[in-house]
Ligand binder design. Structure first.
Ligand code: SIN
Length: 281
């Protein structure tokens, strides 16, 4: 099978064409998709009609399927039941309660699973229902931002670690939302990617609390400078969803945010993750 790889933005993202993820793929095609992921950080597959099992199978192109430790959400509309290790991201409510995680509106930049000791390295998000506008997922290339960070910001942070705190369900820092489950972690401020050997920014506005070993004032000042640089439009790709899109992103070298969308319109996504192999260094 020959695949086409079409860049989506100057620094991040590529669309893969010529692939039907509902069909078994040969090893060469799987390897080409994996290599494109390492190069482009975010991959888009349009017009994919996937069962939950197809989504799980597609996830294995990128590594082992991440195990979900938290309780399963409800049965998604249109599906008989939710398979293991598939999570719902949705604002749809049944009896007043959201059927999925991260239900509403705008979400600050974050790296998925950064709060874990060994964060999941990738995320797959498959769109079933999307609002008429908004709810875009915006990706930032952490390599490009690291490589262009001003020396006076980078040097005092090089070799340092940061402390992260996250409460599942929060989409804005300090919004007080989310379930009781939360988790904390400490990781390098700049992370070396296991497969590419490149360094990327590994702190974000939603989850990072402070840089260890710095005064609160220096930590806040430097982190804000890093965020302002890392979120500049030149490093970004904003994905406008259509139903049956699959996006796969690398959490080791990118972060993402979500734009606001109308509360009265339905958004339903199925999400899987790719297990991480080691604690970040
Ligand atoms: C996520 O951060 O995993 C969800 C992103 C989205 O809902 O677009």
């Amino acid at each position: 099978m020959t695949i086409e790889i079409i860049p989506l933005a100057p620094h991040i993202g590529a669309e893969i064409r010529g692939v039907d993820l509902a069909q078994p793929l040969d090893d060469q095609t799987r390897a080409a998709i994996h290599a494109a992921w390492l190069q482009h950080v975010v991959l888009l597959f349009r017009d994919q009609t996937l069962t939950q099992q197809n989504l799980l199978d597609a996830t294995t192109i990128f590594g082992r399927i991440g195990q979900l430790a938290r309780p399963k959400a409800f049965r998604p509309p249109g599906f008989d039941r939710l398979l293991d290790n598939i999570m719902l991201i949705s604002n749809i409510r049944e009896n007043g309660e959201p059927i999925g995680a991260l239900p509403d509106g705008e979400m600050m930049f974050h790296h998925d699973m950064m709060h874990a000791a060994i964060p999941h390295k990738g995320t797959c998000l498959y769109s079933v229902e999307v609002p008429s506008h908004g709810g875009d997922t915006v990706f930032a290339n952490g390599y490009a931002a690291y490589e262009t960070l001003a020396d006076e910001v980078r040097a005092p942070l090089e070799g340092k670690r940061a402390f992260h705190h996250y409460n599942y369900g929060s989409t804005q820092k300090g919004d007080g939302k989310g379930t009781a489950a939360f988790s904390e972690s400490s990781h390098p401020v700049f992370r070396t990617h296991e497969d590419t050997g490149r360094k990327a920014i590994y702190v974000n506005r939603l989850m990072t609390e402070r840089v260890e070993g710095l005064s609160a004032e220096d930590s806040a000042r430097l982190l804000n400078l890093v965020y302002d640089h890392a979120e500049k439009p030149e490093w970004l790709y904003a994905h406008v969803w259509r139903p049956r899109d699959l996006l796969v992103w690398d959490n080791r070298c990118s972060m993402h945010a979500r734009t606001d969308f109308p509360a009265g319109e339905r958004r339903l996504m199925l999400r899987t993750t790719v297990e991480g192999e080691a604690a970040p260094v």
